[in-house]
Design a protein around this ligand. Structure first.
Ligand SMILES: NC(=O)c1ccc[n+]([C@@H]2O[C@H](COP(=O)([O-])OP(=O)(O)OC[C@H]3O[C@@H](n4cnc5c(N)ncnc54)[C@H](O)[C@@H]3O)[C@@H](O)[C@H]2O)c1
Length: 315
């Protein structure tokens, strides 16, 4: 797909981060966009910024939708068809995601299932709702966001990362399987899997909020004990008060955003360049490329006390 001008794109999770930047960059090129998020305020901000950059005739619509809920996703699809008076869409970016669900063994089951529900089921629901509209067009592109955690199920030794990794592996596997399905059954539709490394967004802060404060501010005594026992917590002075532990957790989210080697806007540009070039495998960031190489070179060395660590590849 050489140009996005005059096309219609669907983006999930367009309120902040990479989703917001995708909406703005697509609109700037004259692509109409229908995007969803949980948060109407952040969506309004994205829409205002996109409309400011967009050439006349470009339509931006916002839709409140929890991607993990199939009924809401289907309603989003129906709104897109009605509000854009269309029988097809050209691009679908299943981008929404949250972190969480670290330990399967000792973590909270509700948090685990919520994380997997957004990361995997959200992409599945997006495909069920919108792939028929891609197939209904003359050429279409499905872009599903996985992660480096779609080929490497860890952050490093000592940090379990089970729900997010399971979901991202599912997104990668499903999207790769669709390549052959589309080739046979919808040859005018392409698919791509996006695998970002560390990108400067508020995903940590947003995820903490979505998990209802169990990870932020309202941390219980058990949360605080778990935090103190974690690799990060062990870097705190032993006499740190509970409030100091809470403040440290808040800082982590800001540090994650501010220390990233690639901004959300740069990531969106890399993703859109990949789509323009017809790629089906879009790695974002040097860390993602290096990790990909390292896991392929020594798959057995990817995990364990001497295993790979994301921080080694960033910077
Ligand atoms: N930031 C990174 O380092 C990184 C790395 C690899 C992959 N990713 C993936 O990139 C994608 C975008 O993440 P980001 O870093 O821009 O994060 P972000 O938190 O800035 O953006 C994600 C957006 O999705 C929305 N969202 C969350 N749950 C939702 C739901 N149930 N329904 C609808 N919207 C929902 C959030 O409100 C937010 O606006 C995610 O799939 C994430 O897992 C991010």
């Amino acid at each position: 797909m050489d140009s996005f001008a005059g096309r219609l794109a669907v983006v999930t999770g367009g309120g902040t981060g990479m989703g917001r930047e995708l909406v703005i960059q697509l609109a700037t090129e004259g692509c109409s966009v229908a995007f969803c998020d949980l948060n109407p305020d952040t969506m309004r901000e994205t829409a205002l910024r996109a409309e400011k950059e967009a050439p006349p005739g470009t339509r931006i619509t916002t839709h409140v939708c929890d991607v993990s809920d199939a009924t809401q996703m289907n309603r989003f699809r129906d709104e897109v068809v009605e509000q854009h008076a269309t029988d097809h869409v050209d691009l679908v970016f299943n981008n929404a995601g949250i972190g969480g669900g670290g330990s399967f063994v000792s973590g909270d089951q509700v948090e685990w299932e919520r994380t997997f529900g957004v990361v995997w089921t959200g992409v599945y629901n997006g495909c069920r709702a919108f792939v028929p509209l891609l197939v209904a067009g003359t050429d279409g592109y499905l872009i599903n966001t996985s992660s480096v955690n779609g080929f490497w199920a860890a952050l490093g030794p000592g940090v379990p990362h089970t729900a997010y990794s399971a979901g991202k592996f599912a997104v990668k596997g499903f999207t790769e399987a669709l390549l052959e399905d589309f080739r046979l059954n919808a040859p005018h539709v392409k698919a791509a899997v996006v695998m970002p490394g560390h990108i400067g967004t508020d995903i940590v802060i947003n995820s903490m909020r979505i998990h209802g404060g169990t990870m932020l501010g309202e941390m219980t005594k058990e949360d605080i004990k778990a935090m103190r026992d974690s690799p990060l917590g062990r870097t705190l002075p032993p006499d740190a008060t509970d409030d100091e532990v809470r403040a440290r957790v808040n800082m982590i989210g800001e540090f994650f955003r501010d220390a990233a080697p690639v901004s959300a806007a740069q990531a969106a540009t890399i993703i859109l360049d990949g789509v323009r070039n017809g790629e089906w495998r879009i790695l974002v960031g040097d860390d993602a490329h290096k990790l990909d190489e390292a896991v392929r070179k020594d798959p057995l060395g990817a995990y364990g006390p001497e295993g790979l660590s994301l921080s080694t590849f960033v910077g």
